[in-house]
Design a protein around this ligand. Sequence first.
Ligand SMILES: N[C@@H](CC(=O)c1ccccc1NC=O)C(=O)O
Length: 293
Amino acid sequence: MELENQYSPSRWVIRRGAEETLRTYSRIGEEATKNARATRRSLLHVPYGDGEGEKLDIYFPEEVSEASPFCLFFHGGYWQSGSKDTSAFMVNPLTTRGVAVVIVAYDLAPKAPALRAGTLDQMVDQVTRSIAFVQKQYPCNEGIYLCGHSAGAHLAAMMLLANWTTHGVTPNLKGFFLVSGIYDLEPIVYTTQNAPLLMTLEGAQQNSPQLLLEAALTRPSDPACHVLVTVGQHDSPEFQRQSREFYQTLCRGGWNASFEEIRDADHFEIIWNLTQQDSVLTQMILRTILREH
Ligand SMILES: N[C@@H](CC(=O)c1ccccc1NC=O)C(=O)O
């Protein structure tokens, strides 16, 4: 089935097989995390809520400062796989340049779906609370930036629409880095990815930043807040379409948005780029963060 194919990122990888790609993705994530934990000052498994899965890891720059910019990362894996413990991709390149990095865990959709646990609504709420937590812990931060990959870019993009009034704090959000994301969830309903998610069409629509932003009458509260939408040259046509259309909707909504297709990168290589100080994507992120404080 064509949708199944379009929404199976590992099938579009040109340099290796699908299985090898997923193995390599895990290995690079594990190595980056091991390396970050061995070489950076960190606070690991910090609870941002009462739930068992509501934990985050904070990695600090060498120059100890509560006033650094903070970049929060939300991993991908179709809301059903991945872990903060294998997702510290961007830690070393960013902390080297004075940016604190926070890798956030959220409750994944369970293999055997139980009522209420691991729903998209709950994940969006957890992500919202993780950001409020960082703002409360580090009120002197020089900006909070959100970076998400794939399903994690969806969760980050939902924060463009967050209502902070019920969280007792408005985070100092200065930028979004959305990497190979999914912004319209409707097609996912018709793929096998939806088996653990149990999304209804209505649920998919209510959690689609693409639809929510099209319908929103509000303008960005901070016009300077920058939204970078990136997709890999070798991402599937559907992933490319999703990113382009989301970027266009952001522009129409008055957001300070930009779009970049990352040359010669597939859905996974685009994230491996974040482990490299000199990659195009790392440099774009660092330029955005470092010029604004
Ligand atoms: N089962 C998927 C895996 C996948 O989509 C994925 C894996 C790791 C990180 C992000 C992913 N995609 C979206 O969240 C595939 O085979 O491509």
